[in-house]
Design a protein around this ligand. Structure first.
Ligand code: ZN
Length: 168
């Protein structure tokens, strides 16, 4: 069985961590030295799934940012659907000092029975300003590449955008 892979780079005051693979109860998370660090960027797009044991470990690891490193900003990039589900459902799944920079949003074509993931970026595909947080027009009516019909937007997308807007 494959394990969670992480890679870690530090450049003066920015730490970048990429995750790939499944997050389970046996996953190992990188130790963090956040002294003098302003931004921690988590690239999450290659996470394949997370089980309940993984949710526990993730929560413990990420809590550290909010409790001990409130002056640094945690930036979530390419957040996958498997994590968005928990972030929307569990209040403290991500700390207050975090921002959702982009997330992978599933769209569905009922005609072809296919799902397609689109990257929605804050300030690009969705707005985070004030109360008018919304998908920008082109993403509202995404056409299926195969048949040209309008694809259905997953209802979770709206919740993720609302949450993202509340963090900015
Ligand atoms: Zn289609």
């Amino acid at each position: 069985m494959s394990n969670l892979m992480t890679s870690y780079t530090k450049d003066i005051d920015v730490i970048k961590i990429s995750f790939a693979g499944p997050i389970t109860e046996t996953s190992l998370f990188p130790a963090l030295n956040l002294e003098g660090v302003k931004h921690v960027v988590l690239h999450l797009g290659e996470i394949s799934y997370i089980n309940s044991g993984g949710v526990c470990l993730w929560s413990q690891w990420i809590r550290e940012f909010g409790e001990n490193h409130a002056s640094s900003m945690l930036i979530l990039d390419h957040m996958p659907y498997v994590l968005s589900r928990y972030i929307v459902a569990i209040g403290n799944f991500i700390p207050k000092n975090s921002q959702i920079k982009s997330f992978l949003a599933p769209y569905y074509c009922a005609n072809c029975n296919v799902e397609s993931n689109r990257l929605l970026r804050a300030g690009k595909e969705f707005s985070t300003s004030g109360l008018d947080q919304e998908l920008l027009a082109t993403e509202k009516t995404l056409q299926c590449e195969k048949c040209g019909q309008i694809m259905e937007i997953d209802p979770l997308i709206e919740h993720v955008i609302n949450l993202a807007a509340s963090l900015f």
